[in-house]
Design a protein around this ligand. Structure first.
Ligand code: BDR
Ligand code: CA
Length: 327
């Protein structure tokens, strides 16, 4: 099997952890490395969390690199109220000692993109690392095959302000810079599609019944996240944004979308808002595929069966009856 080269840029983060688990369980991906950006919590803790997830998945062979610990121009805005003070909903595992994370994610990105062909960058945190790479090493950045990012909201409302999604809100300058300057295919996996992917109480119960360490971990880290969703928006269960970007990489037929010019508001009341030029009013060429449709059931089938192939029969039985999306 020809594996697909990928670098995952992330800020784990509860849903980032789920994304890393799905990627680790997907044999067709050759994960060259994981680069860390400050976002949900500070970068150093995100790097520790990435190592813990890799250990759980038996993939400590994948190197972790710490990148930018501050947004380009904004003060840090973290999301402890969503992900917990430790970024994993209070599920504290012992620190990983077998390997440590390294510094200089930007140098790692430059080298990997220069030395490897066809590298896809999957970014599921604020786009600070990618913007710094692009500014410092534009040639290397433009060797990437494509950028698939979780961020932004088109017709959906925001989750940090009425109009802004967290990753764009946390570093709008980086998001705007990347969209306007990368010049490579980009795909926006925004709230329009990720909001449809809900880990409902039934799925959490199914995971609990599997009696597997990785399933127990998902149930544990999503407890805090589920409480947050109830308090915030009266959703039963939790929206798991980031693994949808991995699933789209694995199987693009899970989502549909269209190409538009997308820019980002970098100041004022609407800071972090993604502006999607549907009518071609700016006269600018499309720079992004904006995903607008998702088959949430297909996502769940892929997510659960990839992670727990030995339980396919139970998973399929539940998936036949479970409701997909919000209860
Ligand atoms: C995004 O923001 C973060 O809190 C999540 O990890 C996800 O990447 C959703 O808006
Ligand atoms: Ca994230």
């Amino acid at each position: 099997m020809t594996k697909r080269n990928v670098i995952i840029d992330c800020d784990p983060g509860i849903d980032d952890a789920l994304a890393l688990m799905l990627a680790c369980a997907s044999e067709e991906l050759n994960i060259l490395g994981i680069t860390i950006v400050s976002g949900n919590i500070r970068g150093e803790q995100c790097a520790e969390n990435a190592l813990q997830v890799l250990k759980l998945m038996g993939r400590l062979d994948i190197p972790v690199y710490l990148g930018e610990t501050r947004p380009l121009r904004r003060d840090i805005v973290a999301a402890e109220e969503t992900h917990g003070d430790d970024g994993l909903g209070g599920v504290t595992l012992p620190p990983v000692e077998e390997v440590r994370y390294q510094k200089d994610a930007i140098e790692f990105l430059r080298t990997s993109l220069t030395e490897n062909e066809d590298v896809t960058v999957l970014a599921i945190g604020p786009l600070t690392n990618i913007a710094v790479l692009l500014e410092k090493y534009p040639e290397a950045a433009r060797r990437m095959r494509e950028l698939i990012f979780m961020g932004g909201a088109f017709k959906s409302h925001g989750n940090c302000s009425p109009v802004a999604e967290f990753n764009f809100w946390a570093d709008p300058d980086a998001a705007g810079y990347v969209l306007n300057h990368l010049g490579r295919p980009t795909t926006m996996v925004g709230l329009d599609v990720t909001r449809e992917v809900v880990l409902t109480p039934n799925y959490r119960e199914l995971l609990h019944q599997l009696k597997e360490a990785q399933a127990d971990f998902i149930v544990a880290i999503t407890r805090f996240y589920t409480d947050f969703h109830w308090a915030q928006e009266r959703t039963l269960g939790c929206v798991i944004n980031d693994p949808l970007a991995v699933a789209y990489l694995l199987d693009p037929s899970i989502c549909g979308g269209e190409d538009y010019y997308v820019d980002v508001v970098t100041e004022g009341k609407a800071i972090g808002m993604s502006m999607v030029d549907v009518g071609g009013i700016t006269g600018k060429a499309p720079n992004c595929r904006v995903l607008t449709q998702v088959d949430a059931k297909a996502f769940m089938v892929l997510f659960l069966n990839r992670l727990f192939p030995a339980h396919r029969r139970d998973i399929d039985a539940v998936l036949d009856t479970e409701r997909y999306g919000k209860l």
